[in-house]
Design a protein around this ligand. Sequence first.
Ligand code: HEC
Ligand code: HEC
Length: 382
Amino acid sequence: MKPLKTSVMLLASAAAIAAFAGAAQAGENSYPPLAPLGDPPIPADNPMTDAKVELGKMLFWDPRLGGDASTACVTCHEPAQGWAFGDSLSRGYPGTVHWRNSQSVINSAYLGQLFWAGAAKSLEAQAPSAAKGAVAGNGENDVMETRLAFIPEYRRRFNEVFGTQWPLISDAWRAIATFERTLIQNDTPLDRYLRGDETALSDDQKAGMELFNGKAGCIQCHNGPLASDENYYNLGVPPAERWEEDGLAQVTFRYELYAKGVTQEMYRQLKDDPGLYFRTKEPGDMGKFRTPPLRYTLYTAPYMHNGAFWDLEEVVQFYNQGGGENEFTDGPMAATKTDLLKPLGLSDEEVSQLVAFLEAFSGDEIQVEAPTLPPYGPLPGE
Ligand code: HEC
Ligand code: HEC
């Protein structure tokens, strides 16, 4: 990862950017090229077994891993909605709305930093923060663990998989992570093309790929096998339409500012999600979000951390204009917009070629059969 960061930083100077378009077309840029995606890394301390995957799948669907037993992982990561949630801002725990767009869990197994601002470092660490977060699952460890103990089939399955007499809530997160590692897509038209099948992409898509790597400059950030450098940028994405009018979204926003900790001045001033700033508390990180992988995006509209855009063409038009303005220009966010985005001057034909190429990052939709959830029952000997 180190050398990549250095090269991105070096290229961030204005002169290097000017040189970039030419260099990229000549194939001389130093960005990791798009590449076929292999198998996801499996952590040594949480190996895959069929029984663990099956248990993890049940738990992903089970709302009892949450506060009032209404909201499961699958509630906001619906297979039919790209394993995400098809609205700009995700639905939230009952009585709330989330303040960000739900991300797909497809291919999350490959990511080193999860969430739009990279707040979790592994799937094992991400799952509890989702199940317990106030506007997501809003669950409580002891309650969730006790519920598992009163479900005889889970007692049996946890015992078989983890060897414990009683289900441990920490093992529930490990099982869910294991299930997520089966939700992968690495056989897209782009993968097939990059593995040598010339016919896997149409002529338009091939032209789009040229633009992606050259004139349009997408490769600066969307690079390597995931089409993400896992770095953070402020693109000046406009607020989602409902952001200012939706009282519940504003309540969540205030709550997040308070819970994640900002100065009193900022609490009063900020009008939009400060993104990476929450983790680093560096003013220079205001409004930055992780470059998302482009795989599976055919199914995951709307796009961006706040779901501001409803289709891929809208996204490409946004880049064609040189990105956005950071609508709330009186705030501290405007200063951090990346200078890697410039108006691209793409013709209508080039826009549609680029959109066609983006579609090559997705293969068939991934659908699985919903599991049957086991009922509560008495403890043994009762
Ligand atoms: C109420 C809706 C909701 C629920 C419930 C929920 N999620 Fe999420 N999930 C989201 C949203 C919204 C994001 C993006 C949040 C952010 O970046 O702050 C997200 C992000 C993620 C990511 C990060 C993907 C990436 O590209 O970095 C993973 C993995 C994930 N969720 C898995 C889960 C699991 C596992 C559960 C159940 C334990 C769960 N989610 C429950 C809404 C939800
Ligand atoms: C400066 C780095 C950078 C460049 C250059 C760049 N992107 Fe992005 N891209 C990002 C970041 C960061 C986001 C998320 C921004 C946000 O949510 O605020 C994003 C989001 C996206 C999304 C939405 C994905 C999702 O899951 O919501 C698509 C599609 C996309 N970019 C395509 C492109 C294309 C096509 C190009 C070239 C025209 C391009 N990007 C150039 C960094 C970049």
